[in-house]
Each structure stands twice: as structure tokens, then as C-alpha cells.
Design a protein around this ligand. Structure first.
Ligand code: SF4
Length: 207
């Protein structure tokens, strides 16, 4: 491994350690564990099927069921029959769950400040690189596929001549730049493998 890659890995390890420690602190404040916090936050934003949640968090159905059962016992989520599939259940937040999720910080204040302190083009470049790393990990089946632009059928990278807004989202029919790349978009619709590979190659090649 080259020296640059080692330094990047060290940086990612430091950030991961900080993030993990903070997740436990926040979860403790809300009398939950980090997975329960993530599940609650996700279903408060949009009700989801259990199988979608397990895939999104990269955990087993059994682990997810434990988290949902714990949230259910606390009156924070409920299961309802999926209108599109009578055998499936959708998990949604109750009013109390939504209220709790709204009070949860989405990131440590120190992390938000550090990112906000970056120049706009650095934030955009960082997001582009992180998107490509995450997509590579997904392709290696090391992490679950996320609702990100790179795997979305609406994503058209580098189709506009404006260097500040070269990409296009067909869902909202608007141009956007690297800083607008999404890693968890509620409007995401899964692209075919061919489309996703084309998106990745194009975003990598034109930087
Ligand atoms: S719908 Fe969301 S994920 Fe898809 S291209 Fe648009 S912003 Fe990206």
C-alpha cells in the first residue's frame, strides 16, 4: 500500500473511533442503543419494510427484529401491514418516536463545525471521493448498497457544461454539483448494474 493510502486509512480510523464513541453517548442520552437510534431516525423520515432496513444497516433480520421490538415496547415505532404486500410489514415511527428522532443530533457538533469550516470546493471534492469509496465498498459487497446518487436511475453525471453543476437529477430535473451528491436520498430509485457501473466510471473519470 502506498504512503498516501496509509495516511487516508489512518484518518478514516480516527474519524470512525470518534464517531463510534459519540454514537454511544447520544444513544445513552435517549435510553437506546446506536442501532435503535439509527432505525428510529430512518423510519421517522420514511416508513420502511423490515427487510429494507436490515439491508440498509447491514444487520441480520434477527438483530433488526430485536431493535424493532425494543422500540415497539417503548412506544416509539409500530408495525403496519404493507399496502403493496399483505404478508410484509412496514415499520413506522409513532408520534412519540418522531418527536424523539427530531431531538436526536444528526452529527456531533464538533464534526459539523469541522466540516462547515472547509472551503466549499473542498467539501464538494470530499463528498465526491467519499461517494466513490462507498460505491467501491458496495461493489466489493463489503457494505450494503445505499440510496446514493451513484446507484440511482435518475443520476446523470457530467452531462452539463457548467463545471459548478455538471450533474443532473432526472427526479427533480435539475443540475447540481459534487456538493449535491446524495448518500441517503429518499427519492432514490435503484439503477441497473450497468447504469450504476456507467455512473461510477463517469464520475471517476471526469474529476
Ligand atoms: S433522486 Fe436522489 S439519489 Fe437519485 S439522482 Fe436525484 S438526488 Fe441523487
Amino acid at each position: 500500500m502506498d504512503s498516501d493510502s496509509k495516511h487516508i486509512i489512518t484518518a478514516l480510523q480516527r474519524l470512525a473511533m470518534f464517531w463510534r464513541a459519540n454514537q454511544w453517548l447520544v444513544a445513552k442520552d435517549f435510553a437506546l442503543n446506536p442501532t435503535q437510534c439509527e432505525v428510529l431516525t430512518r423510519v421517522a423520515a420514511k416508513p420502511e419494510r423490515a427487510i429494507v432496513l436490515a439491508d440498509a444497516f447491514g444487520i441480520s433480520q434477527a438483530s433488526l427484529s430485536d431493535s424493532i421490538a425494543a422500540l415497539d415496547r417503548k412506544g416509539l415505532v409500530r408495525r403496519r401491514r404493507d399496502p403493496d404486500d399483505g404478508r410484509a410489514r412496514t415499520i413506522e415511527a409513532t408520534r412519540a418516536g418522531t418527536s424523539l428522532a427530531e431531538r436526536m443530533p444528526d452529527a456531533p457538533a464538533a464534526m459539523r463545525d469541522a466540516i462547515a469550516g472547509l472551503a466549499e470546493e473542498d467539501r464538494a471534492g470530499l463528498l465526491r471521493c467519499l461517494s466513490l469509496i462507498i460505491r467501491s465498498l458496495q461493489e466489493a459487497e463489503a457494505i450494503p448498497v445505499q440510496r446514493m446518487c451513484l446507484t440511482c436511475r435518475h443520476f446523470r453525471p457530467h452531462v452539463h457544461s457548467d463545471p459548478a453543476r455538471p450533474h443532473h437529477c432526472r427526479f427533480v430535473d435539475a443540475a447540481f454539483g459534487d456538493g449535491g451528491l446524495r448518500l441517503d436520498c429518499a427519492d432514490h430509485e435503484t439503477a441497473t448494474e450497468e447504469e450504476a457501473a456507467r455512473n461510477r466510471a463517469r464520475l471517476s473519470a471526469v474529476g
